[in-house]
Design a protein around this ligand. Structure first.
Ligand SMILES: *Cc1c(COP(=O)(O)O)cnc(C)c1O
Length: 457
């Protein structure tokens, strides 16, 4: 593989793939009219954190391919596990049948919550997991004779996916506004985003303000509210908005007080991304009892970036509300590929990594190096603000006065020309690399990101 300064003008082979893609593939999250200015990279293969295009140029996958890839591409252990599973059982339906990969995955996830969330429901993508959590919450209250509890609360700028139900609890205008007339109404309350701090105000105090607003709502509407849905510790699609863990503790207590389910959407922040396997683990007070949400959604990293898989973990109390002689009081939600053995096998291989290797410890060490390297290169740059980090997520915001038009697109293209696959969210530049960083990667990433920034501003 060649590297360093990649020419932004692609070869004729590359251009041909771009043209065929533009003519036939309707790309996600893309204004197709702008494909001429920002044509898709035609990727031929990948290894570790590196993507290689059809011209043999390589790019560091700085966002883990939309936050899904945990241990790099073509990981030997996950590949081997999948090849074995492929020759054993590729798929069987999960209604009326069961199989080792689904059982083992459910058991091991349950164990990771100390069996507080002992029942795992399987689906295929993040948005579906959110739909399932919303339906489970409502239906379990209804089965318990509390059918009035059918409203949901979500956070300002929160993101939970783009199917109609998930979009109703998503507050990101660019995804939501066009469909607003189709959506059920949810209550949107203040997010604990620490960037809102007034001078002298701490992140914990911002969290307190957000808790107070939620408390007011629940005092008046708890009889109608089924659940609160949040992204613990980092609201990723909002632009890596980070908050104090005290927020999670306080909302847990509020939800208990008002009989409202707490749904933790860990689709992006789960699987070690924030420094603990589940982000919610950081909610428990030191030395105090371990606290958990009522429902927890996982997807993205759980299958290592190999196959679509999502899961909803539920408490005994929610699960038991569905047990009845009447079929219709069960949770009948179903997906064709529910519990796909290949996807479950990939997830088990991911869990093996966490069990057999000091993944979180290693991330703390390499993460500290990247934090230091970035800080050194960004220090004193008055064009940026809110330099922040949580676990394996780094972010900073470019001030409005300096960003200019189409900042995210220009940054993305300038990054490509410097061997980086990176896509800012608005004016927020962020890194969410795979958990395979070595010293060379740290130097490469910090240098190229800052070089890209200088080129764009
Ligand atoms: C990505 C994401 C989703 C949606 O997952 P998809 O697989 O893209 O449907 C939901 N919630 C959060 C927090 C996410 O980051």
């Amino acid at each position: 593989m060649t590297t360093s300064s990649n020419s932004p003008s692609a070869s004729s082979v590359h251009a041909a793939w771009q043209q065929r893609s533009a003519a036939s593939v309707w790309h996600p999250c893309t204004q197709m009219k702008r494909l001429g200015e920002a044509p898709p990279l035609a990727i031929a293969r990948a290894q570790g954190p590196w993507l290689e295009d059809v011209d043999g140029l390589r790019y560091f996958d700085a966002t883990s391919s939309w936050w899904v890839n945990l241990f790099g591409h073509a990981d030997a252990r996950i590949n081997a596990a999948l090849k074995h599973q492929l020759d054993t059982l590729e798929h069987v339906m999960l209604a009326g049948c069961t199989h080792a990969p689904a059982v083992e995955l459910a058991e091991r996830l349950s164990a990771r919550t100390g069996h507080a969330l002992g029942h795992t429901f399987f689906a295929s993508d993040g948005a579906s997991a959110v739909e399932i959590a919303l339906k489970m919450s409502f239906h379990s209250w209804k089965n318990r004779g509390l059918g009035d509890k059918r409203e949901f609360v979500c956070l300002r700028h929160g993101y939970h996916g783009e199917t109609i139900g998930a979009l109703a609890v998503t507050d990101v205008a660019v995804f939501r506004d066009a469909y607003d007339p189709l959506l059920m109404r949810a209550h949107v309350v203040m997010a604990p985003d620490a960037r809102q701090a007034a001078p002298g105000e701490s992140a914990a105090e911002v969290a307190q303000r957000a808790v107070a607003e939620l408390a007011m709502l629940l005092e008046s509407r708890a009889g109608q509210v089924a659940a609160l849905i949040i992204e613990p510790l980092v609201q990723c699609a909002a632009g890596m908005a980070m908050h104090d863990a005290a927020y999670l503790r306080e909302v847990r207590a509020l939800c208990d007080r008002h009989q409202v389910h707490l749904i933790a959407d860990e689709i992006a922040v789960g699987c070690g991304r924030t420094g603990t396997f589940f982000a919610f683990e950081q909610a428990s007070p030191e030395g105090g009892p371990t606290i958990w949400p009522d429902l927890l959604c996982l997807s993205k990293g759980i299958s290592g970036g190999y196959l679509p898989l999502s899961l909803v973990l539920a408490t005994d109390a929610i699960y038991e509300a569905f047990l009845d002689d009447d079929t219709a009081r069960g949770f009948l939600h179903s997906h064709s590929y529910t519990g796909n053995p290949l996807a479950c096998r990939a997830a088990l291989a991911v869990l093996d990594r966490f069990d057999d290797e000091p993944v979180l410890q290693r991330n703390r060490e390499t993460g500290a190096l990247l934090t230091t390297a970035l800080a050194a290169r960004l220090e004193g740059d008055a064009r940026i603000e809110h330099v922040r980090q949580r676990g394996m997520i780094w972010a900073f915001d470019v001030r409005e006065a300096h960003a200019g038009v189409r900042f995210a697109e220009r940054f993305h293209l300038a990054g490509r020309a410097r061997g980086l696959l990176i896509r800012p969210i608005g004016r927020t530049v962020y890194l969410m690399p795979p958990y395979v960083l070595n010293d060379e990667h740290v130097a490469y990433l910090s240098e190229r990101v800052v070089a890209t920034l200088h080129a764009v501003l």
